[in-house]
Design a protein around this ligand. Structure first.
Ligand code: ADP
Ligand code: MG
Length: 584
C-alpha cells in the first residue's frame, strides 16, 4: 500500500505519490492538482470541498469556509449553516476528498500519509493537523516542515545542482516560511527556520479590498457577506492579473446594493498596498539571517508558494537583498512534490535510499522558573534551544525554593521571549517531593522533541517514583472513545460530488482555465461566458447548448494538456544549453 504526501495548504491542498522513481502529483476529480482548501455545507446537509466549495463562498458565505487553517490548534469553531465545526474537522473533509481522489488514482486503499505543515506551526497546530488526518482515516507517518519539503524536492529534482546553502522562502496564502538549508551530496540539512503563521496572499487581498472601498467611498463593514466575498475575489483576481507579464492593470468590479463600483489597479499602487505586508516579510527574513552561522555563505534564494509569483514581490526582494531570487519551477506544487519524495523515503524506496534529510525545531522549548523566592515574574529556562536538530532530548533538574515545600509545579512553554508571559503555554504538571530544606529536593524534567516537531515531556521527582508523562494540549489528544465519537460525527456527513454534476463541469472548466496558456484560455473564457450567460437566463435549451459547448472545450483542452509540451521543440535541432537556462 502506498504512502502519499500531502501539502495541506491554507489556500490549496495537493497530494503526491512516489512512483517509478518519480514524485507524481495526484490529479483530483476536477481534473487538476490544486484542490481548494474550502468546505461548504449544501442545503441538504451534504458537504462539498474544493473549487465548487470555493465558488460557493461568493453565493453562500454563511455556509462556506476557506482559509480556516489559520485557526488550526485553537478553540475557534466555525459556523456553517447551523452546524459548528472545528478547524481540524474542516481540514478532515478536504483530506477525505484527497484520500478518495488518491485511491481512485492508485486503484488501492490509501491509509497513510506524510503531511507537510508550516515550519512555524506550534505544538497545538501540529497536533490539530494530526487529528484532522486521523478524522479523515489517514495515519500520519510523518509531519514534515513545508520549507523542508520544498528543499528536498528542489535539491532532489536537480541532480546537477551544486552543493551549498539555499534560503527557501515560501510565501503562500496565509503563511510565510523561511528556511536555510545546506545541501551536500544527498544530504539535505535544514539549518534554521523562521516564519509568520499569519502572513500571506490573503493579507494582500484584504489590503486591495480596503483600498477599493476607500476609493469608492464604500464602508467595508456595510457590505453584505456576499458582497464582501465577491470583493475579496475581485481583489485576488486583480492581484493575479498583475502577475502576468506585460499586464499593466487589474480591473475590479463590484455590484453593491443598486450601484456598480469599479477600480483599476496598477502595479505601482499594488506595490504601495503590499508595502506593510512586505515589511513583515522583511522582518522574518532578517530573523532567519540573524542566525549568523546558518546564514553564512548562502548561494541562492529560492522562492516557492503562490504569492511568490508576484513581480512586485521580486522587485521588493531584489531591492532588499541586492540579489535576484530564483523562482522555483512549480512554486505552488513544490511542497507537495517534496512531501511525495518524503513519502517515498518513508516507504524506503530504493531510488531514495541514500537521501537523508535532517530537520530542526523552529522554537525554543522550556520551563517557567523563578530565580529566587522573591522573584515575581517567571522566565524561561530553555531545555531545547530553537534550531536544535531533530529528534532531540534534553533534561534539566529544578530544585525547591522553600523549606518544607511539598510540590514542584512546572509550566511548559514554547517561544523566544525571556519572560514566559510572552510565550505559548503548552501545559503544566505538578509533582510531589519529599519535605526538606530549600534546594535539597528536586525534580528532573526531560523534554523530547520528536521528528514530527511534537513535544513529549516527562518529570521525575527526588521522591523517586513520581515519573509522569505529560499530555500537552489535551483537547487535541482524544481518547479512543472520544476519537470514535468525533469520527462518527464526521462520517455521518456525506461528501458529495455526484449530486452536483452540472456544477462539476463548471468547476472543471474553471480549474482548467488556470492551467491553460493565453490562446486556449481566451477560447475557454468565451465558453465560460456563454455558460454563465445561459445559466443566468435559466433557459433550458440555451443551457443545454452552452453545456455541450463547454464540455467539448473542456474535453479537448484536457486532452491537449496531457500532450508533452516539449514535443514541439524536438527535432528542431535546438541545442538545449544548460548554461543559458541556468537561473542566475
Ligand atoms: P498555501 O500554501 O497557503 O495553500 P499557495 O502556495 O497555493 O498557498 O498560494 C496561494 C496564494 O497565492 C493565494 O493568496 C493566491 O492569491 C496567491 N496566488 C496564486 N497565484 C498567484 C498569482 N499568479 N499572482 C499573485 N498571487 C497568486
Ligand atoms: Mg503552501
Amino acid at each position: 500500500m502506498s504512502i502519499i504526501g500531502i501539502d495541506l495548504g491554507t489556500s490549496n491542498t495537493l497530494a503526491c505519490v512516489f512512483q517509478d522513481g518519480k514524485a507524481v502529483l495526484i490529479p483530483n476529480k476536477e481534473g487538476g492538482y490544486l484542490t481548494k482548501s474550502a468546505v461548504s455545507v449544501m442545503e441538504d446537509g451534504t458537504i462539498i470541498t474544493g473549487r465548487a466549495a470555493k465558488e460557493r463562498l461568493l453565493t453562500h458565505p454563511d455556509r462556506t469556509a476557506a482559509s480556516y487553517k489559520v485557526f488550526m490548534g485553537t478553540e475557534r469553531e466555525i459556523c456553517l449553516g447551523q452546524q459548528y465545526f472545528k478547524p481540524e474537522e474542516l481540514s478532515a473533509f478536504v483530506l477525505r476528498q484527497i484520500k478518495q481522489d488518491a485511491e481512485e488514482f492508485l486503484q488501492e486503499p490509501v491509509e497513510e500519509a506524510v503531511i507537510s505543515v508550516p515550519a512555524y506551526f506550534n505544538d497545538n497546530q501540529r497536533c490539530a493537523t494530526k487529528l484532522a488526518a486521523q478524522l479523515a482515516g489517514l495515519k500520519v507517518s510523518r509531519l514534515i516542515n513545508e520549507p523542508s519539503a520544498a528543499a528536498v524536492y528542489y535539491r532532489w529534482s536537480d541532480s546537477a545542482a551544486e552543493d551549498g546553502k539555499l534560503m527557501i522562502v515560501d510565501f503562500g496564502g496565509g503563511t510565510l516560511d523561511v528556511s536555510i538549508v545546506d545541501c551536500f551530496d544527498n544530504i539535505i540539512e535544514i539549518l534554521c527556520i523562521a516564519g509568520d503563521n499569519h502572513l500571506g496572499g490573503d493579507d494582500i487581498d484584504a489590503a486591495i479590498a480596503r483600498y477599493f472601498c476607500e476609493k469608492n467611498h464604500l464602508c467595508r463593514e456595510a457590505l453584505t457577506p456576499e458582497e464582501g466575498a465577491v470583493l475579496m475575489r475581485q481583489a485576488e483576481n486583480a492581484k493575479a492579473a498583475l502577475s502576468e507579464s506585460g499586464a499593466e492593470k487589474g480591473l475590479m468590479k463590484l455590484q453593491a446594493g443598486e450601484k456598480e463600483y469599479e477600480l483599476s489597479l496598477d502595479r505601482e499602487q499594488l506595490a504601495k498596498l503590499c508595502e506593510p505586508v512586505f515589511k513583515r516579510v522583511e522582518k522574518v527574513l532578517r530573523r532567519a539571517l540573524e542566525n549568523k552561522k546558518a546564514a553564512k555563505g548562502i548561494r541562492r534564494v529560492v522562492l516557492v508558494g503562490g504569492s511568490s509569483k508576484m513581480p512586485v514581490f521580486h522587485d521588493f526582494l531584489e531591492k532588499l537583498m541586492s540579489a535576484r531570487p530564483v523562482i522555483a519551477a512549480e512554486p505552488d506544487k513544490i511542497v507537495a512534490l517534496g512531501a511525495g519524495v518524503c513519502a517515498g523515503i518513508k516507504e524506503r524506496r530504493e531510488e531514495l535510499q541514500d537521501v537523508v534529510m535532517t530537520d530542526v525545531c523552529p522554537f525554543s522549548l522550556g520551563v517557567a522558573t523563578y530565580n529566587s523566592q522573591i522573584d515575581r515574574e517567571p522566565h524561561m529556562a530553555v531545555l531545547i534551544p530553537r534550531s536544535s536538530m531533530l529528534p532531540v532530548s534534553h533534561s534539566s533538574r529544578f530544585y525547591t525554593l522553600h523549606d518544607g515545600q511539598e510540590y514542584l509545579k512546572f509550566e511548559f512553554y514554547q517561544g523566544e521571549d525571556y519572560f514566559v508571559a510572552g510565550n505559548l503555554k503548552l501545559g503544566e504538571l505538578q509533582v510531589r517531593v519529599p519535605r526538606g530544606t530549600a534546594g535539597s529536593q528536586w525534580a528532573e524534567v526531560v523534554f523530547t522533541y520528536d521528528i514530527d516537531g511534537i513535544l513529549h515531556v516527562s518529570v521525575e521527582s527526588s521522591g523517586g517514583d513520581k515519573r509522569e508523562t505529560v499530555i500537552l494540549n489535551p483537547n487535541l489528544h482524544l481518547s479512543e472513545e472520544e476519537m470514535d465519537k468525533a469520527m462518527e460525527r464526521i462520517n455521518r456527513i456525506r461528501l458529495t460530488t455526484e449530486a452536483h454534476r452540472d456544477q462539476q463541469l463548471f468547476v472543471q472548466a474553471l480549474s482548467l482555465y488556470e492551467e491553460l496558456g493565453d490562446d486556449r484560455r481566451a477560447e475557454l473564457g468565451r465558453g465560460l461566458e456563454i455558460y454563465c450567460g445561459a445559466r443566468d437566463t435559466q433557459d433550458a435549451i440555451n443551457m443545454r447548448r452552452a453545456e455541450e459547448y463547454l464540455s467539448e472545450l473542456v474535453e479537448r483542452f484536457q486532452r491537449e494538456l496531457q500532450e508533452d509540451p516539449f514535443e514541439q521543440l524536438r527535432g528542431l535541432g535546438l541545442e538545449m544549453d544548460g548554461e543559458e537556462f541556468a537561473d542566475e
